[in-house]
Design a protein around this ligand. Structure first.
Ligand code: ATP
Ligand code: MG
Ligand code: MG
Ligand code: MG
Length: 562
């Protein structure tokens, strides 16, 4: 028999008003309905109702991962620096990484993702081809010091991720492990009741080749994807590639190369950009020897050109600047070589005011519109300019593309041998020779999925969960005095005895109106009201989603629900 949760004892203080800083629907509702509370920027506490939803999502994820033969493990979140030095990510992650020291002064980090550690675990555990393939996963707390932890649990600095890793001896094996994950993800998101698309993605900071994202269309999403109405083509706009450019052009317009004779100063650089040396640039990203020395994010951060001076030694400087998209739509790419500053002007007819897309601005996979450069700090060697607009031709069939906003809820990668090379992960092959292992990595934003689901399913009244994910199956409301309370408790016991998870609002001194409002806000799929006709043993059954109501004798209501 399931438990009956009494509202009088439940720690879930509902709020009438939206929190002042909450811009997205899921953020507003999850706080108002008492699911989560903010502890610090991007750091959230999960209260009883929220924890139940989080656990339900984890359970679905766990069941489907187990079903493809992945084994659950739990690795630490507090990690030593050395493996991340070996892979280069201690530095590559830049500001995104939470770094800390122990009492002896040794460096540690809080894991943003775990490729390095899983590789080491498998190196320790698997020595022969007979030990592979193996797929491992964990549901664990991740840490990323996101520049803009907004939108509640959609983008946390501490968040729950299911991450898994596959280890194979052959490319075909990797393709199989990848396909298994892709299928498991389809099942997971279908069971969660999420509307989602699978789109091509750029392989990103993980390195590697094949990569796809699972995107949940929602206005609150921070990704944009292009969808072809005519064929199967769908891609994150970061990953949309057009036909190869003719020599001397980019894919998007003519290239003009300008050389300056001398090692540039801040003045020559500014001159080439067509801005005063004292200018404050927006949408600027500069790398020196592969290291980012300056980033400009519109409205968020600004970079003072004058401060770049010291970095402009003869070294590679890559520059993407729209200066100001409003009145300078052309973008600039340049580098400082031994001969001086070389800048390529890319006049792109498709860069409309305020809408520029820059690939490479944020790790090799990237964020584009309104360039959020500072977010991940992973930058490709090559900064390209890609503009994708609604109606652009589909690269496969030429039909006009449609663009939509979406939340990235999952991401799958074929990593290849990048990490195996770093850690020399070999197993003894069939022929008795060592074979280098090939890997995949696969993530689901478990805590983000709570918000994504809230975004897609909520209505004006509040949250509205699919049954499998809801914190309870039935929300029973005692709308009246002792008689109603007694009936509400009785029907709750019957429902629980039949195995349903029941929330009963038997609070004294709370008006029926407040109870109804709370029930709508909390979003359990079925609402049972013991009210006006309680004396006759008749209750009202309400479907939270459709709003349909029906009056039924208790026994019938119970059998309807069970
Ligand atoms: P984003 O583009 O939103 O920053 P990401 O591409 O950096 O995400 P991955 O490294 O692919 O994220 O991580 C796997 C999954 O973890 C993502 O698909 C997403 O669902 C989730 N995730 C990533 N960052 C966060 C975050 N800050 N808060 C909550 N979930 C996150
Ligand atoms: Mg990110
Ligand atoms: Mg992403
Ligand atoms: Mg991703």
């Amino acid at each position: 028999m399931s438990q009956v949760q009494r509202m009088s004892r439940l720690m879930a203080k509902t709020l009438r008003d939206n929190p002042a800083d909450a811009e997205t629907l899921s953020h507003q509702l999850l706080v108002r309905a008492g699911y989560v509370r903010r502890t610090s920027a991007g750091i959230w506490s999960w209260l009883p109702l929220g924890k139940k939803v989080l656990d339900n999502i984890s359970r679905v994820v766990r069941e489907e991962m187990d079903a493809i033969g992945a084994q659950e493990v739990l690795l630490p979140a507090l990690l030593p620096r050395e493996p991340y030095d070996a892979s280069g990510r201690w530095d590559e992650y830049g500001d995104l990484l939470f770094r800390l020291k122990d009492r002896k002064g040794a460096d540690y980090l809080l894991g943003p993702t775990h490729e390095e550690i899983f590789t080491q675990v498998v190196k320790d555990q698997c020595t022969s081809y007979k030990d592979l393939p193996v797929m491992l996963y964990q549901i664990q707390t991740k840490y990323r010091d996101e520049a803009r932890p907004r939108s509640g649990v959609l983008r946390g600095r501490e968040f729950q991720m299911k991450d898994s890793y596959s280890f194979d001896t052959t490319d075909e094996g990797l393709a199989e492990s990848y396909a298994l994950h892709r299928e498991a993800y389809r099942k997971i998101f279908a069971r969660l009741g999420l509307d989602y698309r699978i789109v091509s993605a750029v392989s990103g900071a993980m390195g590697g080749s094949a990569s796809e994202e699972f995107l949940a269309p929602a206005a609150a999403g921070e990704d944009t994807f292009a969808d072809c109405p005519n064929c199967d083509y769908a891609a994150n706009t970061e990953a949309v590639t057009f036909a190869a450019p003719a020599p001397g052009t980019t894919g998007h317009g003519p290239v003009e190369e300008l050389d300056t004779p001398d090692t540039p100063t801040i003045e020559t650089l500014a001159e080439h950009l067509g801005v005063p040396a004292s200018a404050t640039l927006k949408n600027l990203l500069v790398k020196v020897d592969g290291e980012i020395v300056a980033v400009g994010v519109p409205g968020d951060r600004e970079v003072d050109l004058g401060k770049l001076g010291e970095h402009l030694a003869p070294a590679v400087v890559e520059l993407v600047s729209a200066e100001d998209f409003e009145d300078r739509p052309d973008l600039v790419r340049g580098y400082v070589g031994p001969q001086g500053l070389k800048i390529r002007y890319i006049a792109d007819p498709r860069v409309a005011p305020g809408t520029a897309w820059i690939t490479g601005a944020n790790k090799p996979d990237t964020h584009a519109r309104n360039v959020v450069c500072g977010r991940d700090f992973e930058v490709d060697d090559y900064l390209d300019v890609v503009v994708v607009e609604e109606g652009d031709p589909c690269p496969v069939c030429g039909t006009g593309l449609k663009l939509d906003r979406a939340i990235e809820i999952g991401h799958i990668f074929q990593l290849g041998r990048k990490y195996a090379d770093t850690f020399q992960l070999d197993v003894l092959g069939q022929q008795g020779k060592p074979v280098r292992v090939t890997m995949g990595s696969y993530g689901i934003g478990v805590s983000r999925a709570v918000a994504a689901l809230a975004e897609q399913t909520a209505d004006e009244q509040g949250l509205c969960w699919p049954q499998e994910i809801a914190p309870a199956d039935v929300h029973v409301v005692a709308a009246g005095k002792a008689l109603q309370t007694e009936l509400a408790l009785e029907i709750s016991d019957q429902l629980a005895a039949a195995g349903l998870r029941v929330l009963v609002d038997e609070r004294q001194g709370v008006s029926p109106g407040v109870k109804f409002t709370d029930a709508e806000l909390i979003g359990v799929p079925h609402i049972v009201v013991a009210g006006r006709r309680a004396g006759e043993g008749v209750v009202e059954l309400k479907d939270r989603r459709t709003g349909e109501r029906e009056e039924l004798p208790v026994a019938e209501a119970v059998s309807r629900l069970t």
